[in-house]
Design a protein around this ligand. Structure first.
Ligand code: FAD
Length: 503
């Protein structure tokens, strides 16, 4: 799929000059909006023009009229971080990416990359960097016979699966339609049937990367294996810009069936259902996704209500009987006869599941998140989880429990190395900017209170800026640090926003 040709393309030079005129005004007034090099010295108009002219896509300099719109559009969350890149480049091809990285090298700027912009922390938005926004590169090329595809990392997961549908293929993506496939796979990725097929990262077969020197290389299991290893689970610490990924697709399961029990009074049943869920983790079959969520808005109208809890399971197989057998695990959910809402062994679709994800995390909201993996024994864990599940600060805030175990060891050819049998994530959602400070602090505060129970965190829902915790094993982290030094000795790439290991 290719984006429609942009009307601005023929006007590139005129736009560039106009853009620079805007910067000139900012410079003349001595405003802080002057774009600078890595030493904080203002960049001349001719220097900036050199980048504008080297790139076929769009370039927005700090101080340009359209800069703020371009910056804001790089992240899903409405609470845009107060961090300001010097320049935002929207490439339309590999050459643009190369030009941007070379420009950054020449002028001492750090580089960040954004694919779909769903990092809860907006790790790509950093002060004074050159931000490469991959959103304009939107190609998907499918090899039906090999069941593989090449995609640009800014393509969103649901669009890829829409394009794979005619071939009865699927790739694991986020359970929400709009996260980019790039960030999703690079940061691990809990996707469709990931308990059976493995994380998103595991589906990455090869990548094209622009290195710190501005060289385009390919990495796969046979060449440039340092890059291949780091891209598969290394997240925002990666030392390159991925322009294209080859992914392994899977035959789309024929049977999608779900069971849901929802209780309006979460507090009344919490101890019993959470105890049941934690104890059943070792018996959850690989083709079943078992989750529990609390939130404080009504299922049908979205109006505020006391916390309600839902236990939901999705079976993904080719065999109806196998799906029913897996879902029968939920026959032992405590109090299920008294559930205020129930659906049992009901057919569902990928589209329904994406819609449900979107309903939980709609566009336009302000968001913050944090998470942990744990293997804490049930009797110790359940009472400690009450607060994060039952005392949520806004109606659309939700806390999420997921049976990831029984854990299989990760292959050694991936940086992805942190996991645990139980996953807990919490997500504040609000709309009033006046609440930003309070709401942004809520998830890391709750998770820090549980730090003694945490094995570590999952990178895709990280909040390491406010809550450093372990995201890698010691072995993987030592390797990652050594590779970063080797392949990005000048520290061209910004890296993690915060500490990915305990301090
Ligand atoms: C509403 C919502 C629902 C979600 N649901 C799920 C879910 O079901 N399962 C799950 O696992 N996660 C989920 N996530 C988390 C999401 O998968 C991660 O935030 C993921 O990183 C998003 O990918 P992205 O490309 O949109 O993000 P981006 O913000 O673009 O990327 C994240 C980081 O990855 C690095 N990066 C991205 N692209 C490149 C590149 N091309 N080259 C080099 N580095 C790059 C950058 O450091 C960037 O800061 C959800 C997030 C949201 C907001």
């Amino acid at each position: 799929m290719t984006l429609p040709d942009r009307p601005d393309r023929g006007m590139k030079r005129r736009t560039a000059l106009k853009t620079l005129a805007g910067t000139g005004v900012a410079m003349a007034t001595g405003s802080l909006l002057v774009a600078c090099n890595g030493k904080g010295e203002p960049l001349s108009d001719s220097t900036k023009l050199a980048l504008n002219n080297a790139v076929q896509g769009k370039v927005y300099w700090r101080g340009d009229e359209a800069y703020e719109t371009a910056r804001g559009a790089t992240c899903y969350r409405a609470n845009k971080p107060k961090r300001f890149p010097q320049v935002i480049v929207q490439p339309t091809n590999d050459k643009d990416v190369i030009a941007a990285v070379k420009f950054a090298k020449e002028h001492g700027l750090k580089v960040t990359t954004r694919s779909g912009g769903h990092s809860w922390a907006s790790a790509h938005i950093r002060d004074d960097c050159l931000l490469i926004d991959m959103g304009r590169m939107q190609e998907v090329t499918i090899d039906e016979k090999a069941q593989t595809l090449w995609v640009n990392p800014g393509v969103i997961g649901s669009v890829i699966n829409q394009q794979l549908a005619p071939y009865d293929l699927i790739v694991p993506t986020a359970h929400h339609p709009s996260p980019g496939i790039g960030g999703f796979c690079m940061n691990g990725g809990f996707g469709w049937n990931s308990r059976l097929w493995g994380n998103g990262a595991r589906h990455v077969l090869a990548i094209d990367i622009v290195t710190a020197d501005g060289e385009l290389i390919r990495a796969d299991p046979t060449q440039n294996t340092d890059f291949y290893w780091a891209a598969r689970g290394g997240g925002a610490g990666f030392f390159g810009v991925i322009t294209r990924m080859q992914l392994q697709a899977r035959p789309r399961p024929k049977v999608w069936k779900a069971t849901v029990y929802s209780f309006d009074d979460a507090a009344a049943v919490f101890d019993d259902v959470m105890t049941w869920a934690c104890n059943i983790v070792p018996r959850v079959p690989p083709h079943l996704e078992l989750v529990m969520t609390t939130t404080s808005n009504k299922r049908d109208t979205g109006e505020p209500c006391p916390p309600r809890i839902s236990i939901a399971a999705l079976a993904l197989t080719d065999d109806e009987a196998q799906a029913d057998e897996a879902l029968a695990l939920l026959d032992s959910v405590p109090h299920r006869d008294k559930a205020d809402f129930k659906v049992e062994k009901a057919p569902t679709t990928l589209e329904d599941r994406y819609q449900s994800g979107f309903k939980a995390d709609p566009a336009g909201m302000r968001f913050a998140a944090d998470n942990m993996y744990t293997d804490t024994p049930t009797e110790k864990l359940v009472p400690r989880l009450r607060k994060v599940f039952l005392e949520q600060p806004t109606p659309h805030t939700h806390t999420f429990w997921f049976a990831w175990g029984p854990c299989k060891p990760f292959p050694k050819d991936m940086a992805l190395s942190m996991q645990g049998p139980i996953y807990v994530g919490t997500y504040t959602l609000w709309t009033d900017p006046a609440q930003d400070e309070l709401m942004e602090a809520w998830p890391p505060t709750r998770m820090k209170e549980l730090a003694d129970l945490s094995l570590g965190g999952q990178l895709n829902d990280e909040n390491m800026l406010h809550h450093p915790q372990r995201y890698f094993t010691d072995e993987a982290w030592a390797k990652y640090e050594a590779l970063k030094k080797r392949h990005d000795p000048e520290g061209r790439f910004e890296g993690f926003l915060g500490k990915p290991m305990p301090v």
